[in-house]
Design a binder for this molecule. Sequence first.
Ligand code: ADP
Length: 407
Amino acid sequence: MLMQGCIMSPEAKPAALLVLNAGSSSLKFAVFAVTGGGLTQRYDGQMEGIGAAPRFTLRDAAGAKLAERSFAEAEAPKGHEGALGIILEALTPLLHGASIRAIGHRVVHGGRDLSAPVLITDAIMARFRALVPLAPLHQPHNLAGIEAAARHFPGVAQIACFDTAFHRTQSHAAAAFALPPRFYDQGILRYGFHGLSYEYIARRLAAEDGTLGRARLIVAHLGNGASLCAIAGGQSRATTMGFTALDGVPMGTRSGQLDPGVVLHMLDSLQMKSKDITHLLYHDSGLKGMSGVSQDVRAIEAAGTEAAEAALDHFAFRVRREIGALAASIGGIDALVFTAGIGENAHGVRARICAGLGFLGINLDPEANAANRPEIGRAGGPVRVLIRHTDEEAMIAEHALELISAA
Ligand code: ADP
């Protein structure tokens, strides 16, 4: 199944850092060598389609595939725990005795108090469990990944990095709901998500060009989960997701923002059960629900039906509307950055979103956009329009190294 390789020569007893990023139906991983205080990525990959048709991929640092495997139904790994077993089985010979210094985990929800990466203890795990109702699609998988890793690597430091942490710089005005303050005090507020992705993009842009580090950025993280964030001076000022990862723009299967009156109507007049509404809003809405085709933009574009067109148009309309709103929240925009699966690849969707944003100074160069180039705005325009690859695993690894180095 695997081609052989190793992280470094076994004699050197190298140190490595493992990152696990458990999504709803995927478990992404990355292995970094710790060299002279820095990090070098060695391997990455994922198990996709967990619970349906799992597919395992392992790549080296240059992106070359070292292993790829689909599973017959009978041998398919069970859940995230089974997926981790397959991943570790594949990585063990490659690690060649390297000592795992730490395991960094993406944990979607850190609540109000966990605003920086933490070393995981039993007490911290109990706090994570209490946050499960706020992120039911993700948090249980994140926790399963931590438990499985703890069993496999007893005594190794495990570090949690939160999708919510980057947004803790937002003002009360941006984070509050217009409810009596006792609800805010109970933790009912806008947390925001995709923070590791935004932090990664903000840090990389600042490293690339100092003016971008100080600029007013709107980053559109458009993947299966989708949100946008207004960043000024490298800090989150406003974002589209809120109390849960259900708010904001429509997503692959999630509705995004909904008049809360719709939910009350479903409960009271349509007599729907809350668990059915939850399933509808998390799994059967968004691009999939509207198009009736798929959650995948490629399949929706190929379908070309009226419902498919309506779904793409609505998605683009809502993202465009949020770009306008976020620009207002930070007094303008210097750069618009697209990232994640749709943001990085779906040029047709980017073109739909940007159509009509000329009033904000956002104008696409159609050729650059069609080619998914890093710079897709019209040359000399007032607002730069960029495509950047996001790397949540690299962000987690940086945080984990910072934390264990400080210990
Ligand atoms: P996740 O939130 O699960 O990490 P991704 O960021 O990988 O999701 O985004 C996955 C989505 O990106 C797919 O469902 C699909 O809609 C879109 N996508 C990926 N590649 C392409 C492509 N080449 N063209 C159009 N859309 C794409």
